[in-house]
Design a protein around this ligand. Structure first.
Ligand code: HEC
Ligand code: HEC
Length: 355
């Protein structure tokens, strides 16, 4: 089935966002890329601000509040290497919380050093996104968290029963699960592993200078950074990357205006086998993007200037000047937030029986 949340950002939207109403260059005519006039002032207008939003304190699902006991259990499980077959890999191995929630590699290494096929996206600010994974195949962080533990290339546990047997063997986990899910007769369930890790992940937010600016502190960002924000909007980047998370809300095609360069990743097509889903990805959040390279789902690009130029060209049919790239890059840096060091501090791991 085709993703419901795939909104058509067609030529009309893109052309309007480019300010001209002119049609984007025809497919394939890469050399005919248009240029964008420099922004005229560095004042971010209310209309421009309204395309974004400040981060909330937590990303709890509507109507649900995680308890302190669930969050504490989820934090422990997040760092727990016993959830991997070789007792050597945890969630934190590929999404290091003191490293902006990513691993800095092109693609991830997992169980027995196996190479995965995709770049690890950051877990910071992920829980509020429309779906999880580059291809949006998981609906929530709670559902997502149950995947890597059993994925042969990631944590490699043979089945959920083996995971639960380990957890039940630990007096500390028995007590922590009972405290986190007090109304349940059998609180150590695989669903509850996902629920607890999800409860922890829903607190992984990183407020930044951009949030302070949106909340009214106009000195929080520099003139160049403000020009960058305006250039980002004027170019039409916000057709896909907007809102509180500057992305993470829609699925879109890589190569909307000009065909994307060859990639090993076919995007959502790998899940649905629908031709319309070829090269369709979740538009990534740009929060902390300065710190979460290498870029794109295949991790093919190391420096942040390159995706800025490529997005201009392939998604919008625009050729940026070096100054425009520099301004956008400067603004993206304002999205680098503060790591909640106390919240993510590595807890002492249980050393119970059966481990
Ligand atoms: C071996 C490395 C590895 C391990 C271990 C790992 N992940 Fe991941 N994670 C990845 C990769 C690679 C992706 C992207 C895969 C894809 O999109 O198909 C990903 C995707 C995610 C996402 C989606 C983020 C987004 O924006 O779409 C979340 C959330 C996440 N992982 C959380 C976890 C949790 C929680 C654990 C532990 C239970 C974990 N990961 C263990 C490598 C890893
Ligand atoms: C039509 C939708 C669309 C538009 C417009 C768009 N993007 Fe993107 N952007 C995407 C998608 C989809 C990806 C993921 C592509 C992939 O991984 O192959 C992406 C990825 C990125 C990345 C890499 C992030 C990462 O973590 O790997 C950056 C940086 C980025 N975009 C910046 C921009 C900028 C700057 C603009 C405006 C010049 C822009 N984008 C316009 C859809 C869009």
């Amino acid at each position: 089935m085709r993703a419901k949340f795939l909104i058509p950002v067609g030529a009309a939207v893109v052309a309007a966002a480019c300010g001209g109403g002119a049609k984007p260059a025809a497919q394939g005519a890469v050399s005919a890329a248009k240029t964008l006039p420099p922004v005229e002032s560095s004042v971010v207008t209310p209309a421009e601000r309204s395309l974004f939003g400040a981060l909330p304190a937590r990303m709890d699902a509507p109507g649900e509040t995680a308890t302190g006991a669930q969050i504490a259990l989820g934090r422990t499980l997040y760092y727990e290497t016993v959830l991997s077959e070789g007792h050597d890999v945890s969630c934190n191995s590929c999404h290091a919380l003191n490293g902006y929630g990513a691993d800095g590699r092109r693609v991830s290494f997992g169980h027995k050093g196996q190479l995965g096929s995709r770049n690890a996206p950051t877990v910071y600010n992920a829980a509020a996104q429309v779906a999880q994974f580059w291809d949006g195949r998981s609906p929530s962080v709670e559902a997502q968290a149950k995947g890597p533990i059993l994925n042969p290339a990631e944590m490699g546990m043979p089945d959920s029963a083996a995971v639960l047997a380990h957890l039940r063997g630990s007096p500390q986990y028995r007590a922590e699960f009972a405290a986190a899910f007090p109304d349940e007769r059998d609180p150590i369930s695989y669903d509850n592993v996902g629920r607890a890790i999800g409860a922890f992940e829903r607190g992984l937010v990183t407020p930044s200078r951009w949030d302070r600016f949106l909340q009214g502190d106009s000195s929080a960002i520099t003139e160049q950074e403000r020009r960058g924000a305006k250039t980002f909007v004027a170019a039409g980047c916000t057709a896909c990357h907007s809102g509180t998370y500057v992305g993470g809300q829609v699925m879109q095609k890589a190569g909307l205006v000009h065909p994307w360069p060859a990639s090993a990743d076919s995007g959502r097509y790998a899940v649905t086998r629908q031709p319309a889903d070829l090269m369709v990805f979740k538009v990534p959040t740009l929060r902390n993007v300065e710190m979460t390279g290498p870029y794109f789902s295949d991790g093919s690009v190391a420096s942040l200037d390159t995706p800025i130029a490529m997005m201009g060209r392939y998604q919008l049919g625009l050729q940026f000047t070096p100054a425009q790239i520099g301004d956008i890059h400067a603004w993206l840096r304002t999205l680098t937030g503060e790591i909640p060091v106390t919240y993510v501090a590595n807890p002492p791991l249980p050393a119970g029986t059966g481990f």
